[in-house]
Design a protein around this ligand. Structure first.
Ligand code: SME
Length: 152
């Protein structure tokens, strides 16, 4: 818990003086990829209201699927329901979209604007089954709050 508080403080100081959304999302994804153990991909999918789709945003890791329909995959479902989804084994998740066949576990946290609208998701993948647990949910939701800071 101590360590996750330190990581959250570091994320706040990394982003607090920058108002540009892309710059902050890029640094958040890089920070998480660099600092968290057993994370193979970390990044954002952003809602495009014209296309009515989630489109790949800043990330770290292997190249990934660029577009995800609302309600599709773990990302599209977390976005649609505005609920965090933790997947201990992606191979058992109906509709999981496999951008990288070596991924075994995933967490997706929805992002909301200051008006409460769904604007995207934070997505982390791992090759380790069960990497993300229910007890980690609050930590990742606090990261999402930091990422939402400049969304109006
Ligand atoms: N697995 C996700 C797709 C995005 S990648 O993990 C980067 C999903 O099912 O929505």
């Amino acid at each position: 818990m101590e360590e996750s508080n330190l990581l959250l403080k570091q994320l706040v100081s990394l982003t607090q003086d920058e108002t540009n959304l892309t710059a902050n999302l890029a640094n958040i994804s890089a920070f998480l990829y660099d600092q968290l153990p057993n994370v193979s991909w970390s990044g954002f999918y952003l809602f495009d209201s014209t296309e009515q789709m989630l489109i790949l945003g800043p990330f770290q890791g292997k190249p990934a699927c660029t577009r995800i329909g609302i309600g599709k995959g773990v990302c599209g479902q977390a976005f649609q329901t505005k609920q965090t989804i933790i997947v201990e084994n992606v191979h058992l998740f109906p509709g999981h979209i496999a951008c990288d066949s070596t991924t075994n576990a995933e967490i997706v946290v929805p992002l909301t604007s200051s008006q409460g609208a769904a604007v995207g998701v934070l997505d982390l993948d791992s090759r380790r089954f069960g990497r993300f647990k229910a007890k980690d949910q609050q930590f990742f939701e606090r990261i999402a709050k930091i990422a939402q800071k400049n969304w109006d």
